[in-house]
Design a protein around this ligand. Structure first.
Ligand code: GSH
Length: 214
């Protein structure tokens, strides 16, 4: 299988951490792609009309997106404990935590648009503040609600990878004054799946000239 990836994407990292946790990473060819809503990536658009990564090309050539769908697909390829638990008491907690993580990543990206990605004249401070407030409230929620699971579920992986991106881009210091979340996050980051998928790279919002690309 091929994973159209991005070394600085929280959503892409979620899928790769999931693959490592499931023992499936060796079945993936990971290919880095730059994407941005202001720079078209034709190879990604050819597979995903939304122009976003991650995209998984399955062995039968089916192209899957987004990260939730890819993780669910990977979860169907093994016989071990499921990332998306079947027991309703864990399942919906895991899916809810995944939703919170997605919200944190989405809001974090929105904050970055208003702080560094948009041309200065078009940045809007109230929008930056509003998005940041969502991240703060979500981290408060996690401080009160995250549990230590013996085997990680999709909620754990999504939360850890979203927070890792918030930390990587220095959007918000979520560990400050949140001891439970800080301990949980440090423990999760020590996992092999996190250590081999560290975020790196810069966002590319300006098209490179053909000569630079070669
Ligand atoms: N909901 C999607 C979000 C994917 C996403 O936003 N990926 C970013 C990279 S972090 C992207 O490719 N953005 C390009 C764009 O917005 O056009 C998922 O979970 O996979």
């Amino acid at each position: 299988m091929k994973l159209l990836y991005q070394t600085h994407s929280p959503y892409a990292r979620k899928t790769l951490v999931a693959a490592h946790e499931l023992g499936l990473a060796n079945r993936l060819q990971v290919i880095h792609h730059e994407t941005s809503p202001v720079v078209r990536n034709d190879e990604v658009f050819a597979l995903n009309p939304l122009g976003k990564v991650p995209v998984l090309i399955c062995d039968d050539d089916l192209a899957l997106f987004d990260s939730n769908v890819i993780c669910e697909y990977l979860d169907g390829l093994h016989d071990g404990p499921k990332l998306i638990p079947t027991d309703p008491s864990r399942r919906y907690r895991a899916l809810r935590n995944q939703a919170i993580a997605t919200g944190i990543a989405d809001a974090g990206i929105a904050v970055r648009w208003e702080t560094e990605r948009r041309p200065i004249a078009t940045r809007w401070e109230p929008l930056r503040e509003g998005q940041l407030r969502k991240i703060i409230a979500a981290c408060d929620f996690l401080e009160g609600n995250l549990e230590e699971n013996e085997t990680p579920d999709i909620g754990d992986i999504a939360v850890a990878t979203a927070l890792s991106w918030i930390e990587f881009r220095q959007v918000y210091a979520f560990c400050d004054a949140r001891p439970r979340l800080a301990t949980w996050y440090a423990r999760f980051c020590a996992r092999e799946s996190m250590r081999v998928t560290a975020l790196h790279g810069e966002t590319v919002d300006i098209a490179r000239s053909a000569s630079l690309r070669e």
